[in-house]
Design a protein around this ligand. Sequence first.
Ligand code: SF4
Length: 376
Amino acid sequence: MSILEIEAKSLLRRHKRIDSWFVSRYGLNQYRGCTHNCAYCDGRAECYYVEGEFGRDISVKTNSADLLRRELDPACKRKPLPRGFIMLGGGVGDSYQPVEVKYRLTRGLLGVVRDFDWPVHLLTKSVLVERDLDLLTAINHQSRALVSFSLSTINDDLAVRFEPGVPSLSERLAALKRLHEAGISGGVFLMPVIPHVSDLPEQITEAVAAIKAAGADFIIFGGMTLKDGRQKQYFLDVLKKYNSDLLKHYDKLYGHDKWGSARSDYYQEINIAFINAARDNQIPVRIPQSFFDSLIDEKDKIVVLLDQMDYLLKMDGKSSPYSYGAWTISQLKGEVPTDMGELIKLKGVGPVTARIVQEIQRTGTSRYYQKLLGCM
Ligand code: SF4
């Protein structure tokens, strides 16, 4: 393992539009590379330009907290940054991978987030996050701290093979429960489930029930992508050691598009298994509105609600016009118009979507959105 200490020039990344999966407006990477070394990690793909051998080598941005302080401090800005959740984790390195014990960069970042009173969403595979319960509690009292765990299976034996560097599943779910008891909300990103390894309907059902029992407030589900190159090669090597008979399925499942997508009928199949399990266990499949309602601006709220409606409809096998409208609204430079005539001039916004937008502007939510959630 090698650690490269670097002084970065900037840290905070503002997304081009709010990320409806995480409800985050901003992301950052204090570490590049991750010794958790999950077999399927997307961060391994060449398009993220992570130097060195992924899983062994890490770049550590030692000045992360100073940079974030400068980037969030209103006194250093000509225009204040729009409010929204800052996402810590995911991407190309877990915020609580082992090196955090020594460098404490994530702890430093949370201190800055607390000082400037921003909401934060943390996604991790490590129980080390509990070390920072004091800061998370302080942030949660001021605005909101969400802590989510990610996992690809609830079978500890499978996790050891495919997520070799992380605490066991039982430890992660126990940590989720303790955080929940301490007043910190959060969910589980059950993603990616691994084709022919952890994606059978009964495995998904079992996972959803276990996650619900651990006290998760929501489950976000997703299948695996495999980008050609370093990510696919590494994963297939691990899979081969686990069970070489499975390789033949992957040839049929994965094409060569730049996102590394599997066949859409495969995703549909596992989504149905997930939605059925989520319904049986009555657990939200998107981040509930109450968690972000007062913490994001009106435009972002409209975008997230339309995106969530789009997801819920598609999960039910129905068509949806809401994604296009959400995208157009997310790209508006100014405020979202309130006038029907102006709204329907926007691409992808027909009269139905426009009425929903107006209702959100008037009441803060949409009855149709609530109805779709109620069907879950
Ligand atoms: S914990 Fe996340 S970032 Fe780290 S290797 Fe696993 S999937 Fe990649």
